[in-house]
Each structure stands twice: as C-alpha cells, then as structure tokens.
Design a protein around this ligand. Structure first.
Ligand code: ADP
Length: 664
C-alpha cells in the first residue's frame, strides 16, 4: 500500500458537484458589495485603453496633414473632435506656435496628454480591479474558514489538512488572480480589439478587413492551444500535489524513517514522484514553447499582408483587388501598421483568459462546495442557551458509531452534581468517544446525553462549550506565548489569574525556568515543550476557564508519576465541587472517584466505587491487579477478546498477549 499518497480523485468532487453556478455566485453574492470598485475598474479601463490608442492615431494624422502635404492644403481631421477645436486655417495659433507648427504642437500636446491622463486612469483602473479582487477574496476566505470551523469533527477526519489548506489558500488565491489579472486582461483584450477595429473601420473599411483578418485565426489558434495544454497542466498540478504530500508525509514521519533505516527507500520514493512531476512539466513545456513562435508566425503573416497590401496601395493607388477602392494616405497606412502590431499580443492572451476563467471556475466550485458542506452543529433556531444549575450529566441509552461501526451501545450512567465519574476499560472500549459526544464533537445515534435535564443537541453549541472544560491526551499549543496559550478561551484573564491557574496545574515552576517565563513563545504545536509540560499547560487552561463541568481525557497520561501526583492534588481541588468526567489509564488516579464506570467493547460492564468493583472481581479488579502488580497477566477471557480486536495492549501498557516461547 502506498501510504500517504493522495488519492487520484479530487477529494472535493462531491462538494464541487453541489456548487451550482459558482461564478454567478462569486459575483452575485461576494462581488455585489463591491460594485463601486468594479464599475470604477470598467470605466477607467475604457478610458485608459482609449487614451492608449491615441498616439498612433495622432502620428498618422500628423504625417498626412503636416509632413507630407502641408497643413494649409489638408486641415487636421480627428474622429470625435470638433473642427472648431482644431488649429486649422491660416491664422491658427496654438501655445504660441503658428501655422503648421501650431498643428504639430497641438498633436504633440495631444500625445503628451494621452500619456499623462492615461497614466492617471491606469492608476485608477488598477486600484479598482485590485480593490475589488482583494475585498472579494478576503470575504470568501473568511466566510469559508468560518463555515468550515463549525463543521462536525467527522468532516475533518475525512479530509487531510493539506487538502483543506489548499482550498483556503490556493483556490481562494486563484479566484483573486482571476478577479484581478483575469478581468483586467480580458477587459484589455476586448477594449483593444474593439477599439482598434472601430478606428480601422472608421479610417479605411477595406484595409481594416485585411488587417483584422488574423483576429479570428489567432483567437481560434490560442483557444486550441489552451485546450491542448490544459490536460497537461492538470497533470502537472496533480503531480505537484503528489510531491507535496510525499514530502509532507516524510518530514512528518522523519523519526520513523530514521529509526527504520529507510532513508534509501524514501529517497527512491521521492525520486519517483519528483520524476513524474518533471515528466508532466516537460510535456507541458514542450507544447508551451512551440505556441509563441507559432503565434509569431501567424502575427507576422497578418502584419506582412497589411504591410504589402497597404504599402502597394499607397505607392500605386487603389490595388486591382475586389473591395479595395479609394485612396490610402501614407499617414493612415502607418497608423494601420502600428495598430495591427498592437492587437496581436492582447489576442495572444485570449487562450490564457479562457484558461484563467476555467481554473477560477473549478476553484470556486471547490470553495462554494465547501461552503455548502452540511454537518455544522447548527443550533435550531429556537435552541436556548444551556442553563446550568447543579451540573448533572446523564448518559441515557447512548449508542454511537463512526461511519456505521458501533462503538458505544446503550451506555447509561449519571454523574451527579459535583461528582467525579471515571470511565475505565481497555483501549478501544469507547471511553474517549463517550466524552466527545458530551462535547458534541459528534452527535449520538440513539439515546441522549443531558446536562441538567437538557439534551445537549437542543442547546446552543457555544453555551454547551462555555460550560465545559476539556483536557485531552493530545494537547495542542497554538503558536504564541505560554501566557496566551494558558489564557486561550479566557481572553480577559489577568496575569495574576493566569499565574494562579498555572500554579494550580503544577506548571508554574517550569514556566518560570523557561527563557522568557510566561512570554516564551511555544513553537508550532508547542514542540519546544515536553508532552507533560504541554499537558500541564492544558490543565491550567481548563482551570482558568473555570467551567462547571470538567472533562479530562487522559489528561495526565504524559507526565511522570511524581508530577502526576502533584497535579492530582490540584486536580482533586479543582474537581472537588465540580462535576467531572475523567478517563485515565493509571487506575490509581481514579480510585477516589465517586463512581467508576467500566466500559468494554462499547458497553458498560461494571459500575461502582473502587472498593465495590474490587469486591466484584471482574474486569476492573483484574485491570487493577495487573497495575498494582498483584497478578502477572489478565485472565484469558480478556486476552482472547483483545486478540480478536487486534489490540495488543491494555491501557496500562501491559502486553495483552505475551509471546509464548517459540511463538512468533
Ligand atoms: P478508548 O478511549 O476507550 O481507547 P475510543 O473512544 O478512542 O476508545 O475508540 C473507540 C473505538 O472507536 C476504537 O475502535 C477506535 O478505533 C474507534 N474510533 C475512535 N475515533 C474514531 C474516529 N474518529 N473515526 C473512526 N473510528 C474511531
């Protein structure tokens, strides 16, 4: 089995199918608040691009009216400009220049103004598009994240973190890129082609037909190119994903690689995936690098055609070809030649625009698919906040399974006000799962869990979580200072309160010895702290939040016995008048619990106090005996069951099936 390789299929296929009309939604839902910026982008693009078109036109006019014929014979004539504004006629004066020079000065001023005002519009255009794109991407990203973080835990178990990250970063970035560059390039293409075509047609319809001949050809050619290269790019993206997951997986498991001595093997596996990436990329590169030279040839043919026909027309007068009639001046000819060059390159981006659009569409399908993901712990509209009175927790015939496989069946027990109830039993018995159901990380399949008589599914999730404090075996430290980590979720806490909680969790001494004390940064996942230190900080976090109900899931599993005894003392204080559910593998830490519920294979098999259970001489008594060293091994019936489950160890780390001599 190829561990860690991403599946071939798009992990978000289901989500993508759900997201109908994603682009319409992108603009309709997220673009609408920023219509102003969008309109500014469009209007200033039109203005900026129109001004861009002005200099060749003025040059053409200057050649005809001033340089070749003399201004008195041929007055200036500009499209959309009133004759009265032009310095025509014998006494025309402009900026202190007279006659032909006045006309020349007028055209020079026009060119300068086109560039100057154009620059302002380009600035506004960029502001508009960027502002639109940034705002939309920000809203999309934060909305998607917010929706996602409220989904059921099972959603996160199905998806790899890397996949979700990729939607939140890559896909959202791709949308941003489309909204900014894509729309910008598309508007440029449309405006340049339409603008130039309009000008060419205005000046000389027949030559315009010749000059515009390459437009559909180039558009078609680039479209075909994109169609060809797209599957190749898809292949590249897939293989880059494989490379990333392989590297991520290997770096995460580096300790295992080293200890298993598999560096050589892993080197080959990385070589393999990297080679596939190379091949996929090379394939795409070969297609890509032939495109631009081919486009150049097409552009060259179009240009040459215009050049030859236009040039002959100027030299010899109207050529003997159908449709080409009338006169073509040298100025108009030069203008045509300049314009033809100008629209080739925007056209070459036609394919890229189609490509950007399609990729953005796929990205928005994934993003909106995620946003439509159901499985949020939605509170019913009429759900009330949990009102805690005496904090009784009641499990009432609870059954639950992950993806259908039953983990808990008909579990019932009660933790009365202020009581500490311990859940014990072999690994895999369902103890942690039972606690997670109380927190509504999952919802029960049958039965119910109530806090003070209120079904946890009928109250708002936030009020439930506010009333509960949870310390689990995998304690996560956010990147930040020790203080921030302890105060996480109790943001108003003062330094003195943080310190008091840390003291109570027996963590003050080690924190004080850290380089910056409470201001020491704990790295990503708190890697600079030992497991036991992290657990103590997590306990401090729970103490500080001072919840009515405390849930400890092997909260002290990672600390040494001595520290555990110390923490135990503060925990005893903490749990004394607080309803507490605790899962602990060291039975000595729960012997004083008010009640011990023994779970085996998802069922409650025994229940009582430590003494009562010892007297019963069942599973608990045996587990206790093993841990206390009174008996060497568990009775056969438990060992057998454990074998069937494939679990090799019971909670105390005792091998369930010690190897027999000669048994491998
Ligand atoms: P315990 O805390 O008693 O060791 P758990 O509640 O962690 O037991 O697990 C009970 C059973 O549920 C085990 O067989 C475990 O493999 C399975 N299980 C636990 N978490 C998940 C999960 N997120 N998805 C699927 N199965 C799970």
């Amino acid at each position: 089995m190829d561990i860690g390789a991403p599946s071939e299929d798009d992990p978000f296929e289901e989500q993508r199918e759900r997201a109908a009309n994603p682009m319409r939604r992108l603009f309709g839902e997220y673009g609408r608040p920023y219509t102003g910026q969008f309109v500014i982008g469009v209007v200033s693009s039109v203005a900026a691009r129109s001004l861009d078109l002005l200099p060749p036109l003025l040059l053409g006019v200057a050649i005809d009216a001033i340089f070749l014929t003399g201004a008195q014979e041929r007055p200036l004539d500009l499209p959309l400009v009133r004759d009265a504004w032009l310095p025509n006629g014998p006494d025309a004066v402009f900026l202190g220049f007279a006659g032909e020079e006045a006309q020349f000065a007028f055209l020079v001023a026009g060119v300068a103004a086109a560039y100057g005002i154009g620059a302002v519009f380009h600035y506004i255009r960029n502001w508009g598009w960027n502002s639109f794109a940034q705002n939309v991407q920000h809203d999309v990203r934060t909305d998607t994240y917010d929706h996602m973080q409220r989904l059921n835990m099972s959603f996160f178990e199905d998806k790899q973190t890397g996949e979700l990250m990729s939607v939140l970063s890559n896909d959202v970035n791709r949308l941003e890129q489309f909204l900014n560059d894509g729309l910008n390039t598309a508007s440029r293409l449309v405006l340049m082609v339409v603008g130039i075509a309009a000008l060419l047609i205005w000046f000389n319809l027949s030559l315009a037909a010749v000059a515009l001949l390459p437009v559909p050809v180039i558009a078609g050619f680039t479209y075909l190119f994109v169609k060809r290269i797209q599957p190749k790019y898809a292949e590249v993206r897939k293989s880059v994903g494989t490379v990333n997951s392989r590297l991520e997986n290997n770096l995460g498991g580096i300790a295992v690689i080293k200890s298993s001595n598999t560096e050589k093997y892993e080197e080959e596996r990385v070589d393999d995936v990297s080679r596939s990436y190379f091949d996929a990329n090379w394939d795409a590169i070969q297609t890509r690098i032939t495109f631009f030279p081919a486009l150049r040839v097409l552009a060259g043919v179009g240009f040459t055609l215009t050049f030859v026909i236009g040039g002959l027309w100027v030299l010899r007068g109207s050529p003997p070809l159908p449709l080409l009639s009338g006169e073509l001046s040298a100025g108009i000819f030069v203008m045509f030649v300049l314009y033809t060059q100008r629209f080739i390159w925007p056209l070459a981006q036609f394919g890229q625009i189609v490509n950007t659009y399609q990729r953005a569409r796929a990205s928005s399908e994934r993003v909106f698919g995620l946003m439509d993901e159901v499985g949020r712990l939605e509170a019913d509209a009429d759900a009330a906040d949990l009102t805690v009175s005496d904090s009784t927790v009641n499990y009432d015939d609870v059954s639950f399974g992950y993806e259908g496989e039953t983990v808990l069946s008909d579990v019932s027990f009660t933790a009365g006000s202020g009581e500490t109830v311990a859940l014990v039993g072999p690994t895999g018995a369902g103890k942690s799962t039972a606690l997670k159901l109380l927190l509504r990380m999952y919802d029960v399949d049958e039965g119910s869990i109530q806090v003070d008589g209120q079904d946890v599914r009928d109250v708002t999730p936030w009020s439930l979580r506010a009333a509960t404090g949870y310390v689990s075996q995998d304690t996560f430290m956010f990147y930040g200072t020790v203080r921030e980590n302890v105060a996480y979720g109790a943001f108003g806490a003062t330094d003195a309160e943080v310190e008091a909680a840390t003291r109570a969790a027996e963590a003050h001494r080690f924190v004080r010895n850290l380089p910056d004390g409470y201001d020491t940064m704990v790295g990503e996942r708190g890697v600079k702290l030992s497991g036991g230190q992290r657990q103590r900080l997590a306990i401090a976090r729970a103490i500080l939040r001072d919840p009515e109900i405390l849930i400890l899931d092997e909260a002290t599993s990672d600390v040494d016995t001595e520290t555990e005894m110390l923490i135990q003392r503060s925990l005893d204080e903490l749990t004394a008048d607080r309803t507490t559910l605790v899962v602990a593998h060291r039975l000595s830490t729960v012997r004083n619990a008010d009640r011990i519920v023994v779970l085996d294979e998802g069922q409650v098999v025994e229940e009582g106090t430590h003494e009562e259970l010892l007297a019963e001489d069942g599973l608990y008594a045996n587990l206790w005996g093993v841990q206390a060293g009174e008996i060497d091994d568990l009775p056969d019936q438990f060992v057998e069951r454990s074998r069937e489950r494939g679990a090799r160890r019971f909670d105390d780390g005792t091998p369930a099936d010690p190897p027999e001599p000669g048994d491998d």
